[in-house]
Write a protein that binds this ligand. Sequence first.
Ligand code: HSE
Length: 311
Amino acid sequence: MKDSIKVFAPATVANVVCGYDVLGFAVNEPGDEVIMKLTGGSGITITKITGDEGKLPLDPKKNTVSASVQHYLNHIGKPDTGVEIELHKKMPIGSGLGSSSASTVAGLFAINTLFDNLLTNRGLVPFAMKGEELACGYGHADNVAPALMGGFVLIRSYEPLDIISLPYPEGLHAAIVYPEVDVPTKDARQMIRSKVLLKDAVTQWGNVAGLVSGLFMKDHDLIGRSMTDILIEPTRSILIPDFYHMRGMAMEAGATGFGISGSGPSVFALTRDRETAESITVQLKKHLSTLNINSLSFVSEVNQKGPVVLD
Ligand code: HSE
C-alpha cells in the first residue's frame, strides 16, 4: 500500500443553464491538486494551501477537503488515521467552476486510492456532497458527481441518490470565461426564489428533458435551444457584468447555447468545435477588458476521466 499520492481533480460546469442542481459536466482545465500522506500517527492535518490568497481555512474541521476525508475515514472504520494534506488551488475560488468541489474530490480520490479503492468514484459522491454542504450550506451533487465520475451527468434524484452518466455529441466543446468578480455560491443560492409558478416549471422541465434528449440524439441544435433558464438566470445574471450582451456576442459567434456556469460569475458557451469555442473566449475577454474587468478563459472538451493520480 502506497503512503503518499498526488492527484488532480477537474473543474465542472454545473446546472448547464436549465438543470439547476441536476446537470453538470467536467472539463479538462482548470482543476485542483492535492498531495496526501498517511503519517502513521493520528488525525488529519492540513500542512499547506497554495493559490487561495489565504481565503481557505487550515482548520481540518472547517476545510471541505479534510472534513470530507474524515467522513470517509469514519465510514471505513478508521477514524483516527493520520493524514497530512497539501492543497494546491489551481483555479479561482467563488468562480462558479466548482472550485470547492474540485478540492474535495481530489482529497477523497487521494484517500480512497491510498486505501486501495475501497469505494468506487460513484460511491464517493455522498462524501463529497458533505464537503459542498460545508462550503455553501447545501450538499448539491451537480459539481462533485461529474468531477468524480467525469463526463456529463444527471442527478435524477437526491433521495435516494440516483446519478446517470449521459452521452454527448462528438466535438462538443465548452468556452468558459471567468470575469474576476466574486460571487460566493452561498449568496448566489440565497437570492433565488424558493417558489415557482407551475407554468414556469412546465417550461423548465421541458427544457431539461430537451437538453437530455439533445445529448442522447447528438443534436447540437436541440441542446442549444434547450439551454434556456427562466427560473434562476434572470436573478443571478444581475451579478454578472454585461451578461446578456455577452450572450448575444457568443450566439453571434456560433455558440449553440450560453449561460451561467454553476452559480457564476463564470459564463460558458457550448459549441460544435474547438475553433468556435476559442473565438468566443477571445471576444468575451476583449469585451470584458473594455469594461476594465480582468478575466480568465478556458476551452475544453467534456472531461471523461474525472480525478487522476499525478504521481
Ligand atoms: N447547482 C449549484 C448552484 C451549483 O447553482 O448553486 C453551484 O456551483
